[in-house]
Design a protein around this ligand. Structure first.
Ligand code: ZN
Length: 428
């Protein structure tokens, strides 16, 4: 920010409203916005954006339109109650560069709630930590977008470019929320996504494929167990073989820019297992839900072909019994992406970060999925994924650092001012 007085006004405005920001973050965390249950949390975001005078848009995701897109994930839930919310700010004078402030409202399941120190939905604060499922991933960031935007007006300024504040669904399973927003026509000169990234900027990240492997067995009474074929035992063999593919992909990391120094960027996660019907019947079936990563530059189609070919090569178990394993996609079908160095958007964020943190913005490679790929790959929009310090996302006692959220909010506010431009407000 070239004008230090404007900078100071914005930073003070973030501080002045920070208690309200924290309280609103807690309120959002108290809505258990698990997949297909995002409605009440989206109501809250819709109301908050409407109160700020934004032009509101809320729509249900369209499975038909999504299915036609190559980057969409397979949908195996009902989208009847699954909505995106976007609030748009139109400037009185259009001078700067437009911006999408994106965040996802959906959260992953809690696991056994008794293993948490307190309810995952009580949004407890203890010292510098705000606890709760979704606190870090990524309700703190979603709300930071809104309050960073507020800070400009509180400082007596108004942005001079179009801004879309997006609260999207489906980030944790398909990426279809952000994809639907892109299909609806939302575009801008840059997008910022405050995922919990430890006060750093994501340089590169993996793509992800979700798939289900079904192994069929031959049920019998256990008294003649060897006449049957145990699908659950066979599933172990199948997983062992898929681990070979995982290791082969990890062994290639030296050929993938920004992944050379990671120990194990490609992780195959066996997330859900189901099989059999009865303890005294040799199981007739086993189904496993899996998640695997792929490098940027590898298409999801290519990765999927390799997975299918590898599974086809699994024809027998260790004892030589024939195995029949079939794979079907059931979620993410997403490529990774790289934020190319030298963009104007990154330069602006670097300057804002320096103002707030007093140090250079660090970049890193993350072996997890991010919606940034939607905007970068299909919209040609540079995606800045940059957000607060968190611990235990997707685990027990998920939490986000409150002071980190404050700093990130300040940095986002300065970034908006720089990227979109500001003028003295005509409202005051
Ligand atoms: Zn997230």
């Amino acid at each position: 920010m070239s004008d230090p007085t404007i900078r100071d006004r914005i930073l003070r405005a973030v501080d002045a409203r920070f208690d309200a920001q924290l309280a609103f973050t807690q309120e959002v965390v108290r809505h258990p916005s698990l997949r297909t249950q995002e409605g009440s949390a989206q109501d809250l975001l819709h109301r908050a954006m409407e109160q700020r005078g934004l032009q509101m848009d809320r729509w249900q995701l369209d499975p038909g339109a999504l299915a036609a897109h190559p980057g969409a994930g397979i949908i195996d839930v009902d989208y009847g109650d699954v909505d995106n919310v976007v609030g748009t700010y139109e400037p009185t004078v259009e001078a700067g560069r437009s911006l999408i402030l994106n965040g996802h409202i959906d959260v992953v399941p809690t696991g056994p709630e008794g293993a948490w120190s307190a309810s995952p939905w009580d949004a407890r604060i203890d010292g510098d930590w705000l606890y709760g499922r979704g606190s870090g991933d990524m309700k703190a960031g979603l709300v930071a977008n809104l309050f960073a935007f507020d800070a400009l007006f509180d400082a007596g300024l108004e942005p001079t470019a179009r801004i879309h504040i997006q609260s999207v669904v489906e980030e944790e399973c398909t990426g279809n929320g952000s994809l639907s927003a892109l299909q609806r026509g939302y575009t801008a000169d840059a997008v910022l996504i405050p995922e919990p990234e430890e006060d750093m900027l994501v340089r590169a990240n993996v793509g992800v494929i979700w798939f289900r492997v079904r192994v069929d067995g031959a049920p019998t009474h256990p008294r003649e167990m060897h006449a049957g074929f145990n699908a659950i035992d066979a599933a172990h063999s199948v997983i062992g073989r898929l681990r070979e593919l995982e290791e082969a992909w990890n062994a290639e990391r030296g050929q993938h820019r920004y992944f050379e120094d990671l120990d194990h960027p490609i992780n195959l996660n066996l997330g859900i297992v189901a099989g059999g019907d009865w303890a005294s019947s040799v199981p007739a079936w086993c189904e496993m839900d899996l998640r695997i990563a792929l490098y940027p530059g590898v298409t999801a189609e290519d990765a999927w072909e390799q997975i299918e070919a590898h599974l086809a090569s699994v024809t027998t178990d260790e004892a030589g019994n024939p195995i029949r394993a079939t794979a079907t996609r059931n979620g993410f079908f997403a490529q990774g992406y790289v934020l190319e160095e030298g963009s104007d958007a990154e330069a602006a964020l670097r300057a804002s970060h320096r103002e707030v943190f007093g140090s250079e913005l660090e970049t890193f490679t993350t072996p997890g999925y991010l919606d940034g790929r939607v905007f970068t790959q299909y919209g040609g929009i540079p995606s800045l994924v940059y957000g607060p310090i968190s611990e235990a996302i997707h685990g027990y006692d998920e939490r986000v650092s409150i002071e980190s959220v404050r700093r990130i909010t300040k940095s986002i506010a300065l970034f908006i001012a720089d990227w979109c431009g500001v003028q003295e407000s005509s409202r005051s």
